[in-house]
Design a protein around this ligand. Sequence first.
Ligand SMILES: Cc1cc2nc3c(=O)[nH]c(=O)nc-3n(C[C@H](O)[C@H](O)[C@H](O)COP(=O)(O)OP(=O)(O)OC[C@H]3O[C@@H](n4cnc5c(N)ncnc54)[C@H](O)[C@@H]3O)c2cc1C
Length: 381
Amino acid sequence: MHVVVIGAGAFGVWTALWLLRRGASVTLVEQYGPGNSLSSSGDESRVTRSAHGPDDLYPLWQRRSLAQWLELAPDLFVPTGVLWLAHQDGGFEAQSVETLSRLGIAHERLDADALRARYPQISTDDVAWGLYEPEAGVLLARRAVAVTARAFADEGGSLRIGLAKVEDGTAFVDGEPIEADAFVFAAGPWLPKLLGAVPGLEMSVPQQEIIYFATPPGDPRFDASHHPTWVEYDAAFYGLPSIEGRGFKVAPDWPGPMVDPDCQERRISDERVEASRAYLRRRFPALADQPVAEGRVCQYELTVDTHFIIDRHPAFAGGWVVGGGSGHGFKHAPVVGEYVSALVLGRDASELAPPDDRFALRPRTAGLGMRTAGFAPDAAR
Ligand SMILES: Cc1cc2nc3c(=O)[nH]c(=O)nc-3n(C[C@H](O)[C@H](O)[C@H](O)COP(=O)(O)OP(=O)(O)OC[C@H]3O[C@@H](n4cnc5c(N)ncnc54)[C@H](O)[C@@H]3O)c2cc1C
């Protein structure tokens, strides 16, 4: 069976690799190169954590995916742990504690005193408690995609740099029709541009900014050796300790203006820098006056409910639509690939299937999933 996968972001490279390892002949088509800086997978780092509120499937996919990332490239995982700063009982973090306990996934609940004692560099006086995931951490994202693409090519896959288009039920690469038994459209935030109007493919593509603040000279307290990755869900901020000296990564996590990923100017805004600095002043005061070391401007590919899309294209024969990572997709890419490859090749995929129709092309309403979709700037505290 010959399969063409369009898009060599995290979802596309892992789908291509799994298809190849399951015996298909695979061509992976990518316009800018695997791990390119315009793609959603193209930043230095992405968080991998199990906590996902009351949901069982994403923690299980995350654990299984992390094992695959580690098998492929152990050096691309940085075991920082992930600390959630909680303001209430009964919220996302408390639901996550219940789920992690039920699934037997390592975690600690830290009361306010324990938080203060363990992390004196974080100002936690107004934080009620913390959830710590010791086995969670960071994937070196851009490089991890490139390494996966290299494994694909080394194992006999064909990687083709070219621009794909879809018109009237035919796929083209650089203007020439391309034939295959199946197509996987894994174009991330470009999916609406590639496929046009498809029922149920409702996706917004907001600009997101990431700001790396320099850590104080000679002070390792904010490096990965001393500091966890952290998420303050109720404040719409999360971030990473400094890894390889890149700086303390701060993500103001509310949607920016809608963008075209081919055309947007990727300059960080004063507004997001100032919002991040105000947040640092409150939570990480020693960093509040540190200079910006660098910034990244990216985009989410957000579905309405932040669940991924994995479904047959309703009109393109042999076509599959795979995307909608919605701010939490990167970590799951290996299992996305495993699952999609089983579906495309007609294998039994029941072990990985969700208990519901969350991944289907269907009308969606906001509610489940991560909170990335719903924040406005004034919601940030
Ligand atoms: C700021 C930010 C922070 C995030 N943080 C996290 C996190 O901490 N943890 C986590 O798990 N996830 C996180 N995510 C989400 C995660 O990064 C994405 O869900 C994931 O990387 C999406 O991968 P993808 O392969 O679907 O898309 P992409 O990585 O965008 O890949 C799509 C590829 O398709 C190619 N392409 C598109 N159209 C064409 C065409 N016509 N022809 C040829 N090639 C084409 C593009 O060039 C691109 O390389 C974050 C996302 C952002 C933006």
